[in-house]
Design a protein around this ligand. Structure first.
Ligand SMILES: [Zn+2]
Length: 119
């Protein structure tokens, strides 16, 4: 393994570590405040950073050319997820602390209700 491959392997290991803080995106969840309905997840919430200017710490602080522009960028917020009610298509942005894993067979796959008498 050469240096480049080693760097790629390290990067992959880091990414795996960073992107797996314990939320199972394939599981079904109930959400605090929305009791009785099963949700599935559509990944982490995304948000945009605000544009900003960083002083380059060399030039005249009063000269705008001494500042570096930071573009807004889309980042994942791993404390929040996109949750969608089973049987609905509205996306809720939910705090991961409000999620509770439910059994695959404890909710109704057609209406999303937990404990629906239909199934
Ligand atoms: Zn049902």
């Amino acid at each position: 393994m050469d240096t480049y491959e080693q760097a790629q392997a390290d990067k992959q290991m880091l990414e795996r570590y960073v992107t797996s803080p314990g939320i199972d995106m394939d599981a079904r969840y109930s959400v605090a405040g929305h009791g009785g309905i099963a949700f599935y997840l559509d990944g982490y919430a995304k948000e945009w950073t605000e544009e900003s200017w960083t002083y380059d710490s060399e030039g005249d602080p009063d000269d705008e050319l001494s500042y570096l522009y930071n573009e807004p960028e889309e980042v994942e917020n791993t404390t929040m997820v996109r949750a969608i009610m089973v049987g609905d298509d509205h996306v809720w942005i939910v705090d991961i602390d409000d999620l509770t894993v439910i059994d695959e067979d404890s909710y109704c796959p057609s209406c999303g209700q937990i404990g629906c008498g239909w199934h």
